[in-house]
Write a protein that binds this ligand. Structure first.
Ligand code: SAH
Ligand code: SF4
Ligand code: F3S
Length: 443
């Protein structure tokens, strides 16, 4: 009987991409996707270590997975439990100390070894296989070809980070920056388009520091790559994320003027509006240089809208610093954003800074900030009512005959539409709007 896999993904879009690549590998080995955990011979958690909550979630989910494993055992069924992703890199052997029933743990740079590890476990019936060395080879050279799953695809072009923001674990979990060669990116993009992708979102932890080699060995930047991508037949939409504001250069700004398929929406995380806090965070931008980049981007393309990430309650953050964040939010007028309470991460410089902010103050500030951000988001969504947008349909809605797609601005749109429109782009007139989604009709 064919084996079934179940993958649960936490964290960022890079993890979504990695999970997809792991699923492809499993399918190449003959596995099929399980509808739920109880049905799965292999349960894989692809984890995130960015904030304490994200990491702790894993251990409660693992507890539940053990219960399911025991339940299956009573029916004579074996279950392999695996953990991948950033928690593995950070916790190393600790994973097995806290959850000894985990069969294998695989760091984010080593998941190309998944098939081998599964064979190893099958042959030796051995548990506790760990792979957390940063391998010398690039996993991308060992993965089977990627395939699209629907109209929107992620494509990792860069991984790791050299920025060392003082709060962040990513440089430790994903290692130093690595950029894939131009040729490999284009080849993967072509495969994705052939298998149905209309939109490709180029991914990297610090995507705009991309510096992959072309065929002559010359290093090329993100602007070069975007222009190459724009030449691909059949690609209708192009995005890239996440950008580091200080690394947005003039060539990249020009892309927003010249590349028609580049969507008018950019995630440009600022984190804070206070220069004092930005410095303590080791971000290489100030409020002024950030606003300057935004102004230049708007000059290149007046339609461009922005989203951001924010951290509130970073050590030493006063009410005045926080007010500066609110002022910046107002100035930029973000149409979407993610905001978080600062979370102390062991091993990062900010975790041991003095003047940590109390949980109570963090919560109050987050509430104020989110109210403001939601208000801006609602206003923008409402301003779209009556307008017509190209919408790329990505999933079925909860109601019968309904599909959900995205506008160029990443808004979710619910539309009554035929299921053949899935994975396709349609002109949709927007009828109504709430904070989180729009309703529209096919024109
Ligand atoms: N590379 C991206 C962000 C990666 S992490 C960038 O530089 O912007 C995604 C977001 O998680 C960050 O932008 C930040 O807002 C948040 N984050 C990271 N570490 C955090 C921490 N220790 N506490 C709270 N939020 C954090
Ligand atoms: Fe983390 Fe900063 Fe790198 Fe983003 S730029 S991944 S926040 S260290
Ligand atoms: Fe989380 Fe790792 Fe992404 S820590 S945010 S899964 S890079």
């Amino acid at each position: 009987m064919e084996k079934k896999y179940f993958i649960k993904t936490y964290g960022c879009q890079m993890n979504v991409y990695d999970s997809h690549r792991m699923a492809m590998m499993l399918e190449d080995m003959g596995y099929v996707k399980a509808q739920n955990q109880l049905d799965a011979d292999l349960v894989l958690f692809n984890t995130c270590h960015i904030r304490e909550k994200a990491a702790e979630k894993l251990f409660s989910d693992l507890g539940r997975a053990l219960a399911v494993k025991n339940e299956r055992e009573e029916k004579g069924l074996k279950t392999v439990i695996g953990v991948a992703g950033c928690v593995v890199q950070a916790e190393d052997e600790q994973i097995f100390k806290r959850a000894p029933y985990v069969d294998f743990a695989l760091g984010p740079l080593a998941y190309h070894k998944l098939p081998n590890i599964l064979r190893q476990i099958e042959l030796k019936q051995q548990a506790g296989v760990l792979e957390t060395d940063f391998p010398a080879e690039s996993k991308f050279d060992f993965l089977p070809e990627n395939k699209a799953e629907g109209g929107c695809s992620f494509l990792a072009i860069q991984e790791g980070c050299n920025n060392f923001c003082t709060y962040c674990v990513v440089p430790y979990t994903r290692g130093v920056e690595y950029s894939r060669p131009v040729k490999d990116v284009i080849a993967e993009a072509q495969k994705l388009i052939e298998t149905g992708a209309k939109e490709i979102n180029l991914l990297g932890q610090n995507v705009n520091s991309y510096h992959g080699e072309d065929e002559s060995g010359q290093e090329r930047n993100l602007a070069y790559l975007l222009n190459k991508m724009a030449e691909l037949d059949g690609l209708k939409r192009l995005r890239y994320t996440t950008s580091y504001p200080a690394d947005v250069d003039d060539e990249l700004i020009l892309c927003h003027k010249n590349i028609g398929i580049l969507m008018p929406y950019l995630h440009l995380p600022v984190q804070s509006g206070s220069n004092k806090i930005l410095k303590l965070m080791n971000r290489r931008h100030t409020k002024e240089t950030y606003l300057d980049v935004i102004a230049k981007l708007r000059e290149a393309n007046a339609k461009l809208k922005f989203s951001s990430d924010f951290i509130v309650g970073f050590p030493f953050e006063t009410d005045e610093d926080f007010q500066e964040t609110l002022d910046l939010v107002e100035k930029v007028g973000y149409i979407q954003a993610f905001s978080f309470k600062y979370s102390r991460r062991a091993g990062t410089p900010a975790a041991v800074m003095e003047n940590q902010v109390s949980e109570k103050v963090k919560k109050e500030r987050l509430d104020v900030l989110q109210t403001k951000l939601f208000d801006l988001q609602t206003k923008f969504n409402q301003s779209c009512v009556g307008q017509t947008f190209d919408v790329l349909f990505e999933q079925k809605g909860r109601h019968k005959g309904q599909l959900i797609g995205r506008t160029p601005y990443m808004q979710n749109v619910h539309v009554v539409a035929q299921s053949e429109m899935m994975g396709q782009i349609q002109k949709i007139k927007i009828l109504s709007a709430t904070t989180n989604s729009l309703k529209g009709e096919v024109l």
